[in-house]
Design a protein around this ligand. Structure first.
Ligand code: TXA
Ligand code: MG
Length: 305
C-alpha cells in the first residue's frame, strides 16, 4: 500500500516497519535504537539473526551516536560520497543495539541520497534498513517489487525506480587500509581516487568481517548459467546478436554500465514473473568499474542454482 512520507514517519515513531526508497534499492526501515522494531524486520525478511543491518543517518553529526572511533580518510570519503551509496563499517558504541549489528562490535553506517528517505530520516533519527526483499530474492528497485515480496497491504513510500539499482558499497578499515566487504554502486576505482591507493576486496580469510556474504542472495527462481551454447533463453547485450537463442532478454548496452545496473534486479524478477525456467548469461563484459559489481551479482545469481 502506497503511503506518504508523513505516515511513514508516524509508523516508524510508533515502533513499526515501512519500506522506503533509496537511490540504491528500497529499504525495510525501523528505528535503529529499538530492539523490538528491529526484530520485526528480521521476522518479515526471514533474515538470519547474525546478518547485521546498515544504520541510515541524515547528517554527519549522527555518527557520534553510533561509533566510537573514526578511521583516517573517513572524512575525505564522506566529503566525496555522502549522501550516496557508500557504507562504512565502524567500531560501534555499546548503546547501538546488538540486534542491529548482528552481535558484532562494529556497526555499518550510510547516509542515503534519495530525497524522500532523507525527509523521513530528518524526523525519525537513525533507521536500520536492509534491502526490502525476502532473504534470497533480488533486491527491490521499485515500490511494486516490495509489494511482490510483502503483499499489497504492506506500507511503502513510492519514490519511483531507484536510480543506482545496486546496493551500496560496504567498506571496512583494518590493517591501515580500507577494504571492500561488499562490492556495490560505487566502484573500487572511485574509492581509490579519494584515499590515494587501491581499495581492494576483503581477503577471503577475513570472512567474519563480511557476515552477510555467505548467505544466498540475488537469485531468481530461473536457473541461470554462463553463456555456452546460447540456444535457449539468453540474458545479453543490445549490441550483440545471439542467433541460436530462443529468446533474448537484454541487460542493456555495453556502453552504459549504469543503465545495466539500474535495470538488473527488475530483469531478474521479470524472468520469474514470465515463468522462464532457465537462462544463459553473457558475462563477456569489461572487468572494471561498475561492471565488477554487475558481474559479482550475476555470478551470485548463477552460483546459488
Ligand atoms: O544500498 C544499501 O546498502 C541498501 C539500502 C536499503 O540502503 N541496504 C542494504 O542492506 O543492502 P542489506 O541489509 O541488504 O545489506 C547489508 C550488508 C550485508 O552484506 C551485511 O553483512 C553488511 O552490510 N554489514 C552490515 N553490518 C556489518 C558489519 N558490522 N560488518 C560487516 N558487514 C556488515
Ligand atoms: Mg540485501
Amino acid at each position: 500500500m502506497k503511503i506518504q512520507p508523513e505516515q511513514a514517519i508516524s509508523i516508524l515513531q510508533e515502533g513499526g516497519v515501512v519500506a522506503l526508497p533509496t537511490e540504491t534499492v528500497y529499504g525495510l526501515a525501523a528505528d535503529a535504537f529499538s530492539p523490538s522494531a528491529i526484530g520485526k524486520i528480521f521476522e518479515l525478511k526471514r533474515r538470519p539473526q547474525d546478518n547485521p543491518l546498515i544504520v541510515h543517518i541524515h547528517k554527519r553529526e549522527e555518527l557520534s551516536l553510533l561509533c566510537s572511533e573514526l578511521p583516517p580518510s573517513l572524512d575525505a570519503l564522506i566529503d566525496a560520497f555522502w549522501p550516496g551509496p557508500l557504507t562504512f563499517v565502524l567500531p560501534a558504541l555499546e548503546s547501538v543495539p546488538l540486534e542491529a549489528r548482528g552481535g558484532l562490535n562494529s556497526v555499518a553506517v550510510r547516509m542515503p541520497a534519495h530525497p524522500l528517505m532523507r525527509q523521513v530520516l530528518a524526523s525519525t533519527g537513525p533507521l536500520v534498513a536492509p534491502s526490502a526483499n525476502l532473504s534470497g530474492k533480488p533486491s527491490p528497485t521499485t515500490a511494486e517489487h516490495v509489494e511482490e515480496d510483502f503483499g499489497g497491504a504492506f506500507p511503502v513510500v513510492d519514490g519511483g525506480p531507484c536510480s543506482r539499482g545496486l546496493e551500496s558499497t560496504v567498506i571496512v578499515y583494518f590493517e591501515k587500509s580500507w577494504h571492500i566487504a561488499r562490492p556495490g554502486a560505487l566502484s573500487g576505482e572511485e574509492l581509490g581516487g579519494i584515499v590515494g591507493k587501491a581499495v581492494l576486496p576483503l581477503p577471503k580469510t577475513e570472512k567474519p568481517l563480511a557476515p552477510g556474504s555467505h548467505y544466498r542472495h540475488y537469485s531468481p527462481e530461473a536457473k541461470l548459467s554462463r553463456l555456452t551454447a546460447g540456444s535457449g533463453v539468453v540474458l545479453g547485450f543490445d549490441e550483440r546478436l545471439y542467433q541460436e537463442a530462443s529468446k533474448v532478454y537484454t541487460l542493456g548496452s555495453l556502453q552504459d554500465p549504469q543503465g545495466v545496473a539500474a535495470s538488473l534486479y527488475a530483469l531478474l524478477r521479470r524472468l520469474d514473473s514470465e515463468g522462464v525456467a532457465a537462462a544463459e548469461v553473457d558475462l563477456d563484459f569489461p572487468q572494471s568499474g561498475l561492471w565488477n559489481t554487475i558481474r559479482e551479482r550475476l555470478l551470485r545469481a548463477i552460483d546459488v542454482n
